[in-house]
Design a protein around this ligand. Structure first.
Ligand code: AMP
Length: 430
């Protein structure tokens, strides 16, 4: 009979195998530590939300909503979507739980899985993870600079060097419409050289043309009018102040007048963080590790109060991939003790003994399914433990256990109830 084809992970999705878990753990540990220091509290929102949340929040003319949503209809007829980003869900949660009643600003952070129907390639997947920070109820430009500082600190904590911050202001609902008009007119007069996608974007969302990675569009972009020259006084003042705060932090940043980010809700500050490594050698274009910005009108757009917001997110897979590429070795704590058992009674007693050792805070390796002492001690050797505990038939009957020092082969018999204390004493001596 023909074998059935093997079932594999869906396109663009990956298993995170045990060998890679320590990298992810490290990223989240550093994130937790810095979040705590800066007063951010953890929040978790559902992996699926109402599709309308992203239509109204992320925006209908964004790539995410236009092309990248995983949508589903429930048996009850609800239109849901797998979350493609965190910000709309967390903003919804702020509104739904009346967090405007809490002392402001409300600082929240999260990490987890996101889904985008992308064309899979290096560093671009259909299921990926981000850590994400959001601040609600704070207008001050100081917080824009602090958000950048936080992400810089996390990446530095993960030993990233040569980080590049790109920053821009894309104005607000007062000054951007006029700039859109000026930009549209410019693009219209150059549409014959734009790619097909940009000819379409030009009508719906002309700022997105500045984001295009096609070489011919990038050439045109360099002559395009810039938002920075069309900011109103308020946006200009805010941006100037963000840069002054950044100057104080002494973080290296570049003004990038073409940085617009792909989402509709951004106002004023937008930024991205790259490493030199994340520069694509072939195209010269870069893929960011972090992206973020201010979104002062999102809350209102989603039916909430007129409360400003600001957030950023980092791609964990991209971070882990760079950590692995540069050869970071993760310390995985290995047990220093191994329990070997011989015969039926010792095997039975082993389960209880393991629990006693766990309660005494002693990590123990075992091979309970094996019977041969040689095989078990071989395993203990490979695990490079300091001590092996050997529980044979005789010892089990007499309430004893043998402790073998692996480096010398010396063996001593001790009372079972004293074994935890004896192990601790011997490990301390090493
Ligand atoms: P965004 O939510 O698009 O602003 O992306 C923020 C960060 O998430 C990016 O800078 C990437 O590091 C990461 N990221 C975004 N999309 C993907 C994806 N499809 N696969 C892997 N990482 C991604």
């Amino acid at each position: 009979m023909a074998r059935k084809p093997r079932i594999q992970t869906p396109t663009g999705m990956h298993d995170i195998l045990p060998k890679d878990q320590p990298y992810y753990r490290k990223v989240y540990d550093v994130t937790d530590e810095i979040a705590r220091f800066y007063g951010f509290e953890r929040i978790d929102t559902p992996v699926v939300e109402n599709f309308e949340l992203y239509e109204r929040g992320t925006g209908v003319s964004t790539d995410i909503v236009e092309k990248q949503m995983f949508t589903l209809k429930t048996r009850g007829g609800d239109n849901l979507a797998l979350r493609p980003e965190f910000t709309p869900g967390i903003t919804r949660s702020y509104i739904e739980h009346g967090m405007h009643n809490l002392p402001q600003p409300v600082k929240l952070y999260t990490y987890g899985q996101l889904f985008r129907y992308e064309h899979p390639q290096a560093g671009r997947f259909r299921q990926f993870s981000q850590f994400d920070f959001e601040v609600f109820g704070e207008e001050s430009p100081a917080i824009d600079a602090q958000m950048i500082q936080i992400f810089y600190a996390i990446l530095s904590g993960l030993k990233f060097k040569n980080l590049i911050i790109k920053i821009n202001s894309i104005g607000d609902s007062q000054c951007r419409p006029y700039y859109r008009k000026v930009l549209s007119a410019f693009l219209k007069s150059n549409q014959h050289v734009l790619c097909a996608d940009c000819r379409r974007r030009m009508k719906q969302n002309p700022l997105r043309v500045l984001d295009c990675k096609e070489e011919k569009c990038q050439r045109i972009r360099s002559q395009a009018p810039q938002m920075i020259d069309h900011l109103n006084d308020e946006c200009k003042r805010h941006f100037k102040s963000v840069l002054e705060f950044l100057d104080e932090t002494e973080l290296p940043y570049h003004l990038d007048p073409y940085l617009v980010r792909g989402l509709d809700y951004y106002t004023k500050t937008v930024f991205e963080i790259f490493t030199e490594k994340s520069e694509d050698e072939e195209t010269g274009s870069q893929s960011a590790l972090v992206g973020g910005g201010r979104y002062d009108s999102l809350m209102k757009q989603l039916g909430g109060r007129d409360i400003p917001g600001l957030g950023a997110a980092a791609g964990v897979e991209r971070i882990v991939s760079e950590m692995k590429e540069r050869g970071d070795v993760m310390d995985v704590s290995q047990p220093r003790v191994f329990l070997a058992q011989l015969g039926d009674l010792p095997k039975k007693k082993s389960l209880k003994l393991m629990e006693e050792l766990r309660k005494a805070d002693i990590d123990v390796g075992e091979s309970l399914g094996r019977d041969s002492l040689r095989v078990q001690l071989g395993r203990a050797n490979r695990m490079r433990v300091d001590l092996a505990l050997i529980l044979g038939q005789k010892e089990a009957l007499e309430g004893n256990i043998v402790i073998r020092t692996m480096s010398t082969g010396k063996q001593d018999t001790v009372k079972l109830e004293k074994v935890a204390a004896e192990i601790k004493k011997r490990l301390k001596r090493k």
